[in-house]
Design a protein around this ligand. Structure first.
Ligand SMILES: Cc1cc2nc3c(=O)[nH]c(=O)nc-3n(C[C@H](O)[C@H](O)[C@H](O)COP(=O)(O)OP(=O)(O)OC[C@H]3O[C@@H](n4cnc5c(N)ncnc54)[C@H](O)[C@@H]3O)c2cc1C
Length: 446
């Protein structure tokens, strides 16, 4: 048996945030994770709340809306955490990433900002990486750019600037800015024994680690853009070396860089995952990566139950045990939830889930409808402390966080990253408070 204070299942934003916070409180912590998280597909910006969960309209100030949720939508995870704790959680997360080499920032107002996407559309978000331009929602800070220059890397098909240009030019706020595309090429592409069209961003990032290739790339950027331009480039730097190459490119060229995520894998998302993984290991956490939790053994507590141990695929007969377990196995995308014909299932522990309507009402028939797809709000039912149930019986020492939770729509309302961080933070705070009071009780009765 391997014993921990806390075992976290899943290594996405929610799982790593909870695990790092546990280590900061001195708890012996392990993470068991079967694979990639949603970060590999994400923009690498953290959404807090881009649209109102009540009206579905775009919002500028997410905090006012979050503060209103306990009354308006008590089942929303932010309502359960509370606005004050969401603020503390997001501050903590920003500081933790910055202390470990990834300084992300919000607008000074702490309101939402737009980022220009790979397709040249505008997406509202809250916390962005250093080389992602934060555009005010009233576009007041756009005037500082003379032009927007979009860079195509010859032979790389995962970013097509002419599509981005076409879309961005349609937007009224960009009508008065010159937007152009420019092509750069890399001699390394000619020396490959594979078609450059097969290359992903991750392959190019390896090529650009070479000093000669990096300099060739940087010099070409200097020929097509000036420091007065916003230079929009695909995110092709920094697999495993964080922001090092982007900082170097910025210093070398003096250009105003704006990275956009490419088709998956998204280097911007991987950068966040890498920082959290290294932080967790550096702080003494135990990582069981590439292992899958299969199920658990429960103890009856008379009306409720406790999770006693968990089994994993690789550990076989050797169960893992902990005082508390945190389930951060994600949504349908990461197989934390599975859809059956008429129900959805949480596959590890068979926790109670919430579904509304008949199967044919689970999604909008138009996939790109502005109305939310109901299935995105389905998930595990929890009480106000994020404790789940099995057939109505509470599992006292199991806590659910992040995308597995029901009661909110991470995609339509743009709150996936924020809910993952704040539920992780809040659940750990409660575990720690519970352990402290247990200790106090023992001391008093001794
Ligand atoms: C395509 C896509 C793009 C998105 N883009 C953004 C964005 O740009 N900004 C934003 O804020 N939000 C975005 N979101 C939403 C946001 O990414 C998610 O809400 C959030 O990242 C969820 O984090 P999580 O840790 O809860 O789950 P996940 O990131 O899904 O992580 C779940 C983890 O659990 C593991 N796991 C699952 N089952 C098991 C098991 N049995 N045993 C062990 N491990 C298991 C998985 O391998 C994975 O590591 C996006 C979501 C998607 C699907």
């Amino acid at each position: 048996m391997m014993n921990y204070d806390v075992i976290v299942i899943g290594s996405g934003i929610a799982g790593y945030s909870a695990a790092i916070k546990c280590l900061e409180h001195g708890l012996k912590t392990a993470v068991v994770s079967s694979g990639q998280s949603a970060l590999h597909f994400s923009s690498g910006s953290i959404d807090l709340l881009s649209h109102s969960p009540l009206t579905h309209k775009l919002i500028d100030d997410p905090w006012a809306e979050i503060d209103a949720l306990p009354t308006a939508l008590p089942q929303h995870p932010y309502a359960k955490v509370g606005g004050k704790n969401v603020r503390s959680a997001m501050n903590w997360y920003q500081q933790m990433l910055a202390a470990n080499g990834l300084a992300m920032s919000t607008l000074p107002s702490s309101h939402n900002h737009f980022r220009i996407t790979t397709l040249g559309t505008l997406k509202s978000t809250w916390l962005s990486q250093p080389y992602v331009e934060k555009i005010e929602q009233n576009f007041s800070n756009l005037a500082k750019f003379k032009r927007i220059v979009m860079i195509a890397v010859d032979g790389f098909r995962d970013f097509q600037p002419h599509i981005a240009l076409g879309n961005l030019q349609q937007h009224p706020a960009f009508k008065y800015i010159t937007i152009k595309t420019a092509k750069v090429s890399l001699t390394a592409f000619g020396q490959l024994n594979r078609n450059p069209y097969d290359l992903r961003s991750i392959d190019i990032s390896r090529i650009l680690r070479d000093e000669a290739q990096f300099t060739e790339f940087a010099n070409q950027l200097l020929k097509v853009a000036t420091p007065e331009d916003l230079l929009m480039m695909p995110s092709i730097m920094g697999n495993g070396d964080g922001l090092e190459l982007m900082h170097k490119l910025s210093r070398y060229t003096g250009l105003h860089l704006h990275e956009v995520p490419t088709m998956p894998p998204s280097l911007l998302g991987i950068r966040i995952e890498d920082v959290m993984m290294h932080t967790f290991i550096k702080k003494g956490g135990v990582l069981h990566k590439g292992d899958e939790v299969l199920g658990g053994q429960f103890e009856d507590q008379g009306g409720s139950m406790n999770l006693a141990s968990i089994q994993t695929k690789k550990m076989g007969e050797m169960n893992l045990t902990a005082k508390h377990y945190i389930l951060a196995s994600g949504s349908f995308f990461s197989k934390g939830l599975i859809a059956n014909q008429n129900s959805i299932k949480e596959p590890i522990f068979n926790l109670d889930t919430e579904v509304t309507g008949e199967r044919n009402e689970w999604h909008q028939h138009d996939f790109f409808s502005s109305k939310p797809h109901p299935f995105l709000s389905f998930g595990v039912v929890t009480d106000k402390n994020f404790t789940p149930f099995i057939q109505g019986q509470k599992v006292n020492n199991l806590h659910c966080i992040g995308a597995i939770l029901s009661g909110y729509n991470p995609i339509t309302h743009g709150c996936g990253g924020g809910v993952a961080v704040s539920t992780a933070y809040w659940v750990v705070e409660q575990i720690v408070a519970g352990l402290r009071s247990e200790l106090l009780m023992k001391e008093v009765s001794a």
